[in-house]
Design a protein around this ligand. Structure first.
Ligand code: NAD
Length: 476
């Protein structure tokens, strides 16, 4: 049993009723367990964050920046342990676990820099009216609840924690019950750095714990990353209390491949966009739109590339793709394989669970998928790619935009003018041209339509934790 809740600067045992099993998805076996936090422990965490707020928001920004740099350094010092726990609990291949850690390190480093620049953002506002002066103050929003999913645990938490702490907010973080051990590193680092008690609190648990946090009337804001169904519940709680919310939700993103592409290069981008993290990415480019002139050459090579991916246990084998992270996700993806069979979809690769221990599925490709198929419209969250052909640029844009989601898109074309034009026309939060899933901390993250509300990363990620105040004085 693991002690797993960090409240008011102390590690405490969970007093909730749920026992959480922490699984190795490559074996389909638990390797640790912990008790969830109780509702009253969530109260204690919020109270701790509230009492730590006045002192933390009054620290000078450079002091907060020093703590953030400390987080970046300490993450680096824990590299092997953090890479291993992600491989074991998420099923990530080693190189992907390394990328996640490096992303988290870069995020803390970046927001340390932005924290240092904060004083210069509090500035005079030139007024046309005579007889008055005005100045801006950017203040922390206050106590924030942060609820995150399991697919990129180090990363989704860092994208919230680092800007929230930089802004001067105090936080209660609730990691996913699927991967509850990974973000414990943030509590251990807070301990090691001597972060004042209550500035960062971590409570683990399932839906009950998440709901206790998102419904809590002691929060000033809730930032949530996860599914649309839970996101809408979180938004209802926020609306009941008229308080701000950031939502980073699901996606069903398009990758548009024009016929002037190098076929092998395009195949590489398509495969990466659907197989990284075994397709368990909000930003997976799971809808392939391929132009008529290249489709016949591209699809067989794509089929071969997917079939050649080395799928296995990242802890014991050299792999390109690991298992799905949870049994629930494995069952969900398997249910889409069944739907595809019922709908009579044409399967060019995979389409089944692997016949071995653990929660593995084959990288999968369906072609000529009808626009009204559930596989074309719904987020599957697995290595399942659906393809359709298009003739013209206008058709590609219309089909890419025909989705209730709007997170990201990838455009592949040798004609850069066209690629830029298409990027401008896509109704999403982020477009990659001739690259795939290239996330930089300086650029924003977040979606349009059903993919969420608000932005993370870049200066927008910091603004999400700031409140704008103006002070206007009559010179009288
Ligand atoms: P999920 O919505 O099931 O869970 C997310 C978090 O919410 C977990 O910590 C969970 O315990 C908690 N939770 C569950 N019920 C709750 C409730 N009633 N009230 C409050 N909290 C509750 O999502 P998941 O399965 O962990 O993650 C997968 C989803 O996350 C996918 O839809 C994916 O697209 C999305 N996601 C989005 C982004 C993004 O940046 N847009 C990034 C990663 C994942």
């Amino acid at each position: 049993m693991t002690t797993s809740h960090y409240i008011a600067g102390h590690w405490v045992e969970g007093q909730g009723s749920d026992c959480i099993s922490v699984n190795d998805p490559a074996l389909g076996q638990p390797f640790a367990e912990l008790m969830a936090a109780s509702v009253s422990q969530v109260d204690q965490a919020v109270a701790a964050a509230r009492s730590a707020l006045p002192a933390w928001k009054s620290t000078c920004a450079s002091e907060r920046a020093a703590f953030l740099r400390g987080f970046a350094e300490q993450l680096g010092q824990r590299r092997e342990a953090l890479v291993t726990v992600q491989m074991r609990n998420n099923g990530k291949p080693r190189h992907e676990a390394e990328i996640d850690l490096d992303d988290a390190i870069a995020t803390f480093g970046y927001y340390a820099e932005l924290a240092e620049q904060l004083p210069s953002k509090n500035r005079t506002v030139p007024l046309a009216a005579p007889g008055f002066t005005a100045r801006t103050r950017l203040e922390p929003v206050g106590v924030v609840g942060l609820i995150v999913p399991w697919n990129f645990p180090l990363v989704t938490s860092a994208w919230k924690l680092a800007p929230a702490l930089a802004a001067g907010c105090t936080v209660v973080l609730k990691p996913s019950e699927v991967t509850p051990l990974i973000e414990q590193a943030y509590g251990q680092i807070a301990d090691a750095l001597g972060l004042p008690a209550g500035v960062l609190n971590i409570v683990n648990g399932k839906a009950e714990t998440g709901a206790a946090l998102s419904n809590h009337n002691g929060l000033d804001k809730l930032s949530f990353t996860g599914s649309n169904s839970v996101g809408s519940q979180v938004m209802r709680s926020a609306s009941a209390q008229c308080r701000p919310v950031t939502l980073e939700l699901g996606g069903k993103s398009a990758i548009v491949v024009f016929d002037d592409c190098d076929v092998d290069q395009a195949v590489e981008w398509i495969v990466a966009g659907i197989s990284w993290n075994a397709g368990q990415m909000c930003s997976a480019t799971s809808r392939l739109l391929v132009q008529d002139g290249i489709a016949d050459a591209l699809l067989p090579r794509l089929q071969a590339a997917l079939e050649n991916l080395r799928v296995g246990n990242p802890l014991t084998e050299e792999v390109d793709m690991g298992p799905l992270t949870s049994q629930a996700q494995w069952l969900k993806v398997a249910s889409y394989f069944a739907t595809a069979r019922e709908e009579g979809l044409q399967c060019l690769a995979g389409g089944h669970a692997l016949d071995r221990e653990g929660w593995f599925v084959s990288p999968t490709l369906y072609t000529d998928v009808p626009k009204d198929s559930r596989l074309w419209t719904e987020e599957i969250f697995g290595p399942v790619l659906c393809a359709r052909r298009f003739a013209t640029e206008e058709q590609a844009i219309a089909e890419a935009n025909d989705s209730r989601f709007g997170l990201v898109a990838t455009v592949c074309s040798a004609d850069l003018e066209r690629a830029e034009r298409v990027a401008d026309a896509l109704e999403v939060g982020h477009v990659w041209i001739n690259s795939v899933q290239a996330v930089f901390v300086e650029t924003s993250w977040g979606g349009t339509k059903g993919s969420g509300i608000g932005r993370e990363l870049g200066p927008w990620g910091l603004s999400a934790y700031q409140s704008i105040k103006h002070v206007t004085r009559c010179l009288g």
